[in-house]
Every structure is written in C-alpha cells, then in structure tokens.
Design a protein around this ligand. Structure first.
Ligand code: NAD
Length: 518
C-alpha cells in the first residue's frame, strides 16, 4: 500500500516535467541548458528516495536572468493593470487544472499530507483570483491642496524586478503571495526557492509562464535555483533589485535585513514564529483541543504559524492535557500520501536531529515529557524522516521556550490569572501568530486589545495555524514586521509617488512662503 501510493504519486507528477531526467533550475525567459551546471539531487522526505535532479544557476545564468527581468519589467509595467490582472487570473485557472498533480508534488517533495499539499495549491489559486480583483483597485489617495488651482495626489508605480527568496515549508504558496500581487502591481519577480524544494518551483514557473506566453505577454516569473550562500547572497547585494522579499528563519532573515539595508534596499521579512495558544477555563474545551492539535501537528509542526506553546488555565490544565495526550495517541504518523495519516515526515535528517536535541535540552532544563520524544521508525519507509508528536510540560522561564524548533514539539504551561497568560504569551522574541480559546467576551477583547497579544496575527476560538489569504499576513518583533498576501499588502511592491499639479496661472508656494523676484 505504502509503496504503491508513492509510485502512483511519482507517475502522476512526472507529467509536470519535461522528459529529461535532469530539470533545468533556471528560467530566464527560456529554460537554461543543464549542461555544465552543478546538479542538486532531490530526495523525498517520505522515503529518502531520489525524486529528481535539478541543475543550479551558474554565474552567467544569473546575469541572463537579471537582464531578462529588466526587459520584461519594462514591457510588463506598460501593460494596463487590469490586463495584467486578467493574465494572473488565467495563471490561477491553469494551476487549478493541475491542482491534483501539483499538490502531490508538494507532498512528495516536502512531505505534506495530501490534503495539505492540495491546500497549498488552492492557496495559490485563491491569491491569483484575489490579485486579479486587486488589479482594478490599486487606489491612490487624492488630498485637498492648500494652494489655489492645485491638485495633490498619490499614485503607485511598479518597483521594478523583485527578488523573492522562500523557505521549504510552503514551496509554492509563499511565492504566489509575492509574485501574483507584485505582477498585478507591474513588477517582475526573480524567485530563489529553497534548496529543499526546487521541483515544485520549476513546475509552477513553467505553468505560469506558459500561460503568459500564450497571451502574448513577456515572462515575468523568473527562476534561479541555487543555494543561499551563492545565489541568495547575490540577490541581496544586487542594486538592480529594489526589494528583496525573504521568507525563512530569524537568523538568516537578520543577515538578509542587514545586507539589503547596507545598500539602502528594501526588505520584506517573513521570519520564524513561536506561537502560543491560551486556553481559558471558559473555553469550549473540545474546540480548543482540536485546534491545538491541528496547530501543533499540521505539516509536522513545520509551519511558521505552528502552535509551539500551550498556556492553560490551572483549573482545567490537568483535564485538558490528559485529553490532548489521548488525542495525540490516536494521530497517524507516517506516509503522508495515505488517507489516515495526519503527520508526515520532517524535511530532512538535520530537522530530526534538531528535534531530538531540543527535547534533550528541554528535559535538562526541567521539562517533563508527557508523550513522544523519539524518532519514529516506519518499517516500510526506512529512509524517511519521522518523529513522534511530542508534548513537554514546561516552566515559562526555560530558555528553550524562546526558540523555534521546526518540529512537532508542544510546550505546555499553566497560568492562574488572565494577565499572567498574556505575559507568558508575549515573553518570547518572535511575534507571528497567537490564539485564545474562551467564551468570555472580556477575555477575548483583552487579548485583541493593544495590551493583549503582541503578534501580527491574533485568533479567537480558532488556532494559530491556517491563515486566510484575504488578510495581511506577517508578524512583529523577530518575525520581521513584513506583511504579505491580502488587504493592502500590495503597497510593499509599489513605489509611492506624490504628484502635485498646478493648473492655475500663478505660482503660490506651500506654507505661504513668498519668493518675489521682480
Ligand atoms: P532558512 O532560513 O534556512 O532558508 C530560507 C531561504 O533562505 C532558503 O531559500 C535558503 O536557501 C535561503 N538562504 C539561506 N542562506 C541564505 C543567505 N545567506 N542569503 C540569502 N538567502 C539564503 O529557512 P527554512 O528552513 O527553509 O524555513 C523554515 C523557516 O522559515 C522557519 O523559521 C519558519 O518559521 C520560517 N517561515 C516563515 C514564514 C512566515 O511567513 N513568517 C513562512 C514560512 C516559513
């Protein structure tokens, strides 16, 4: 069963690639020949088997991609925004036609369950449709001028080519948050995907540009596969890229921010989270249990929004933890392509080592293991990277609680008064997503107030993970302060210009200043 689901998935996704066993990882308006390039072998975390090989960017390829971006940016910016929006809509429709295969590719490449793999593609489709509507709503304000016969107005222009560097855990959706919104604004994007997920990037880049080409548009979704230290660093230092959108860990993001700032470029940072759910004694307990389990276990705890800390009111703490531990024991861990499995593998060996090291350290610091804690052997998948979902009882002053471990480890904490819950909640350096479970209106509103959660995302009676595309997505503090996806996040990809027009015959100066030169 296990082997057949994997074989079936591999056969299906093969149609997304050309016949060659080696895929080009560089798209510069044409796919760059693989010959003479370094090659990266792609391993599925499900079984450790090779699923493809990708040729990486060479120095000359980098320049060709940048030149192609420059040409496309010129042509694309002259196309009316609603026409650009229509093109992005057609890309979304094409993605929908290939949703099943693309979703399976995501599952094979990064180990998501089938439902989550499909959800990732659906997120791209949704953002494409959102971007198409947005293309007719790139509004600029008009302000009343203080001078007679003057018009004062803001307009938004494309920024130019934009570098987009993404993490492994959302191998296509995060690209689309950036690329589709930037495209309707009039920008071209150069994407450097994670070295752990180049195949998904190649497949969606191919589909998206084929659609543009069929509509007679230039290629605006360029691709540069390569590792962070080479290709990534070049993007950071390249003055031709006014904006670098970076999604990844806090430590890499700190480096990105510094490098881009040193050339006075802009960076849009979507970095790590360390998200908590508060469960009040007035919570709907069943709802809280399901939401916490999903938040902590979905994508095997490898979401930036994964629930990592659980803060429970002391009067229900024991009951809640007993129920949660029981729920954990029923969760299927294994081949994510199988229907009954909710927790697939971690991305690679290093992630498993990181999981084991964090658990050991937590125990050294006084944490008590309630369940899990070990690597999990799946007999039929000896090459896969599986671990047991883990809950550790912790104290809020344990240093390990300050860090994000990208794995299904949940630290359980207790509180007595509501203010204490908020203080524990806000006591970490990251500030991405937060949740409270309560039926008490006062508690809910206090958590939403300025003195409540300090995160970019706040949820009441729904978990930390699983945001909708319509809202602006991002976090505060070490999470980097960026906002992507919905609402007015499009402004990050645009150049704001304040325009003043004098349509009178006199030359009045602002603030009533006189400059009479008769
Ligand atoms: P990572 O920081 O290791 O890598 C992210 C990207 O940066 C990759 O493409 C990598 O190749 C590139 N990179 C590495 N070194 C670089 C350098 N010196 N210069 C330029 N680029 C470089 O992160 P990861 O392990 O792929 O992803 C997991 C992390 O991403 C977690 O911390 C997670 O919370 C975060 N994340 C955040 C969000 C968000 O929206 N806030 C979303 C997804 C993931």
């Amino acid at each position: 069963m296990t082997q057949s689901t994997i074989a079936e998935a591999r056969a299906r996704v093969a149609s997304l690639f050309e016949q060659s066993t080696l895929s080009s990882g560089v798209y510069a308006g044409r796919w760059i020949e693989s010959k003479g390039r370094d090659v990266s072998t792609c391993i599925s975390p499900i079984d450790g088997e090779i699923i493809g090989s990708v040729s990486l960017a060479h120095t000359v390829d980098y320049e060709e991609v940048l030149e192609s971006a420059r040409c496309s940016a010129q042509a694309w910016s002259e196309i009316p925004a609603p026409v650009r929006g229509y093109a992005v809509l057609q890309v979304a429709e094409e993605l929908e036609r290939h949703k099943k295969d693309l979703g399976l590719l995501v599952s094979l490449e990064v180990g998501k369950t089938v439902g989550e793999g499909q959800g990732e593609i659906q997120e791209m489709i949704d953002i494409g449709r959102f971007a198409a509507g947005l293309s007719r709503q790139l509004y600029g304000l008009t302000m009343p001028s203080e001078r007679t016969a003057h018009r004062l107005q803001e307009q938004w222009h494309p920024l130019g080519p934009i570098g987009v560097i993404t993490a492994f855990n959302f191998p296509s959706a995060v690209w689309s948050w950036n690329a589709f919104i930037a495209a309707v604004v009039g920008d071209v994007t150069i994407w450097k995907p994670s070295s752990d997920a180049p195949l998904t990037a190649i497949a969606v880049t191919r589909l998206a540009n084929d659609v543009l080409s069929s509509l007679g548009h230039p290629p605006v979704f360029l691709l540069l596969c390569g590792n962070g230290r080479t290709v990534g660093e070049r993007l950071l230092d390249d003055r031709r890229l006014p904006l670098i959108s970076f999604t990844g860990s806090v430590s890499t993001g700190r480096h990105v921010a510094t490098r881009v700032a040193s050339r006075l470029g802009r960076s849009l940072l979507e970095l790590g989270g360390n998200n908590a759910a508060v469960v009040s004694e007035k919570a709907d307990m069943e709802m809280g249990l399901r939401a916490v389990a999903f938040g902590a276990l979905a994508t095997s705890g490898q979401r930036c929004t994964s629930t990592r800390r659980l803060i429970v009111q002391e009067s229900i703490y024991r009951v809640f933890l007993d129920k949660l531990t029981r729920l954990y024991s029923t969760v299927g861990v294994g081949n994510p392509l199988e229907a009954n499995v909710l927790v697939g593998p971690l991305i690679n060996r290093a992630a498993v080592d990181g999981y084991l090291a964090a658990i050991e350290e937590a125990q050294k610091q006084g944490g008590r293991l309630l369940c899990g804690g070990r690597e999990k052997d799946i007999t039929q998948l000896p090459g896969g990277f599986y671990v047991e979902p883990t809950i550790i009882e912790a104290e809020s002053d344990m240093p390990i609680l300050q860090q994000e471990t990208f794995a299904p480890i949940l630290y359980a904490l207790r509180y007595s008064a509501f203010d204490e819950a908020v203080a524990i909640h806000n006591s970490v350096p990251q500030g991405l997503s937060s949740a409270i479970f309560t039926t008490d209106l006062r508690e809910a509103e206090q958590f939403l107030a300025a003195s409540g959660s300090d995160c970019g995302l706040v949820n009441v009676n729904t978990g930390t993970a699983g945001a909708e595309i319509g809202g602006a997505f991002g976090g505060e503090k070490d999470t980097g302060g960026g906002r992507e996806s919905g609402s007015d996040a499009w402004k990050a990809y645009a150049r704001r210009q304040t325009a003043c027009v004098n349509y009178g015959r006199a030359l009045p100066l602002a603030q009533g200043v006189r400059f009479d030169i008769d």
